[in-house]
Design a protein around this ligand. Structure first.
Ligand SMILES: [Zn+2]
Length: 403
């Protein structure tokens, strides 16, 4: 026999499940909810009534059919709660305001100056969040919380043990956010990007996915049949810190010659600037020299254009990226045995077929049992908003515990 505590726990879990289904399917009749959730109609009625009391769902008449009365459709109430999703990047902070349906209603992007200190970033975040809340007249009780993502190792308690692109070590970011913003806070590594791919292509939840991201950081996310892997300390899949050149440049992690220190967006900008001064990279425009005012992504758009025009140095730089990518992908394939590889991040965005070929080529000599593997290599389906949407999905799931 179930204890009252068990029943209450099951009830809350069912509420979260129904909310998640409504976010995915938008509008469902009660019979559709029962079928999808595998629950009986009286249980569904009780849960929907509770959600309606909390004003989290709306019920609207559906369109009439030839076969009987119009079914009542249940949908999320978009205006009942709001969530802030935040990306902290080395060069800027991006804040998105999401309604309860998961639509981004507004956003703001602010450049970070030279000061990457936690205090400076938190102050900036607080100003932007308060500004968006005032602009949209969102009362405090409607704020569900804030989800923050950054490139680095993040524990389940929101401790950032290391973010090499930001140079942060042992920062209790979740506690710092909650005490400053006075709302629930959730902190994630950039792995949440994969949640946006799941949202766009639900079949991926039934695959073994290796998601390779090359942007401000270099890393991988692994998902096995929909279960994201985090490791003991949130460091699973840190393939960007495989050392490939022990005499290479210093990485933000403190080691030398990590792949991230060679092919991340910022590393490539530094390489171009160095090669320009050495007279090797001829033909890059002045924008590359003015790096401080622009993000690495903006600067590398110059590189992309030069590749398309057949510029020799730009093509050689693409080969440099492809060569390192192929090597770390072979190591990751040996470790994780994926059946799908997704190529993501602004460094890989423009020539996915080229980078896919660069991963296929070394498999014959660097991957165990390569002839019997069947691995699909796909470009990420989500575009520039992948990260902000991913953090909003993760934070909605976690914030639902507080409803
Ligand atoms: Zn490193």
């Amino acid at each position: 026999m179930k204890s009252p505590i068990d029943s209450k726990f099951a009830g809350r879990r069912n509420e979260r499940m129904i909310l998640s289904m409504l976010r995915q399917h938008q509008r469902l009749s009660q019979s559709q909810l029962c079928r999808l959730a595998g629950i009986g109609s009286s249980t569904a009625s009780t849960i929907v009534a509770r959600l309606r009391e909390k004003q989290l769902v709306l019920e609207t008449p559906g369109t009439s059919t030839d076969r009987g009365p119009k079914p009542t459709l249940i949908e999320l109430n978009p205006d009942c709660r709001y969530l802030f999703a935040v990306e902290i990047n080395p060069s800027y902070v991006f804040v998105g305001l999401f309604d309860f349906v998961g639509q981004m209603q507004d956003n703001v992007q602010v450049s970070l100056g030279a000061d990457h200190s936690v205090e400076c970033v938190l102050e900036l975040l607080q100003r932007q969040i308060q500004g968006l809340a005032q602009k949209h007249r969102i009362a405090g009780q409607k704020m569900l919380g804030v989800g923050v993502t950054l490139s680095g190792s993040v524990s389940s308690k929101g401790l950032v043990s290391l973010s090499s692109p930001l140079g942060w070590h042992n920062i209790p970011l979740r506690n710092a956010l909650e005490s400053r913003l006075e709302m629930p806070a959730f902190v994630y590594s950039n792995r949440v990007r994969l949640l946006t791919e799941f949202d766009l292509n639900p079949d991926l939840k039934h695959k073994h996915v290796l998601y390779l991201n090359v942007a401000d950081g270099v890393g991988s996310t692994v998902s096995m049949n929909g279960t994201m892997m985090y490791g003991a300390g949130g460091r699973y899949g840190e393939i960007g810190h495989i050392v490939v050149d022990p005499n290479g440049p210093t990485c933000g992690c403190g080691n030398r010659g990590c792949v991230e220190a060679l092919i991340s967006g910022q590393a490539l900008v530094r390489k171009i600037q160095h090669d320009q001064l050495a007279g090797i990279a001829v033909g890059f425009d002045a924008a590359v020299h003015e790096g401080a005012a622009r993000s690495a992504e903006q600067i590398l758009s110059v590189w992309t254009q030069l590749v398309e025009s057949g510029h020799a140095y730009a093509l050689a730089l693409r080969d440099f990226v492809a060569d390192h990518l192929g090597r770390i992908a072979a190591a990751a394939i040996n470790c994780y045995d994926p059946d799908v590889i997704i190529l993501a991040g602004y460094v890989l965005r423009h020539f996915p077929a080229y980078y896919a070929a660069a991963i296929q080529a070394p498999m014959a000599t660097q991957v165990y049992d390569s002839t019997l593997r069947s691995i699909g290599i796909l470009p990420a389906a989500a575009g520039a908003n992948a990260l902000i949407l991913g953090v909003s999905i993760a934070a909605f799931q976690d914030a639902a515990e507080h409803l």
